[in-house]
Structures are given as structure tokens and as C-alpha cells.
Design a binder for this molecule. Sequence first.
Ligand SMILES: O=C(O)CC1=CCC(=O)O1
Length: 92
Amino acid sequence: MLYCVMMDVNVPADIDPAELAKLREAEKNRAIEMQKSGKFVHLWRVAGRPANISIFDCESNDELHDLLSSLPMFPYFSIKVVPLAKHPSSIK
Ligand SMILES: O=C(O)CC1=CCC(=O)O1
């Protein structure tokens, strides 16, 4: 099943810069691992905002939740999920 996931990143302004750098590195590594697994199909930055839009291909809502909550920066995200269904006019 495909899901469109929209994440707003809300890192506290007073977070220790060294801690933030570590968190971002861990986030990048986990995101690369998930992309290589084929579950994290697309990842796009929203231009001009600390936000991203991505496409996940998961077996279930539970699997999607497990993947999202495994991201090290999960506590700092506001997430919206839109489950995608086939459009009758799509040729793909
Ligand atoms: O968009 C961000 O900064 C947060 C994020 C989610 C996956 C990733 O690699 O970064």
C-alpha cells in the first residue's frame, strides 16, 4: 500500500547544536537504510520550509507507524498521512 507522508520538522530553538548535528546524522542514516529497503520510495524537501513530503510503500498501517517512529527525529515531527488508492484514470 502506498502512503503520502507529510512531515513538519519542529526542532526546539534551544536544542544543543552538537546534539542536533548528531540527531541529523542519525536521521540521515536511518532514512538511507529505509530507502534502500524499498519501503521509503520518495523523499522530497518542501521548498522554503523545514518540511518534507514522502511516499512509503508498506504492508499495513502498523508497518508504516513502525517505520516512521523508528526515525530518530520522530519526536520532533508533526506528521500527516494520506493513504493512496488507484485513480481510475491513471495509466500507471
Ligand atoms: O526533512 C527533515 O529534515 C527530516 C527528515 C526525515 C527523513 C530525513 O532524512 O530527514
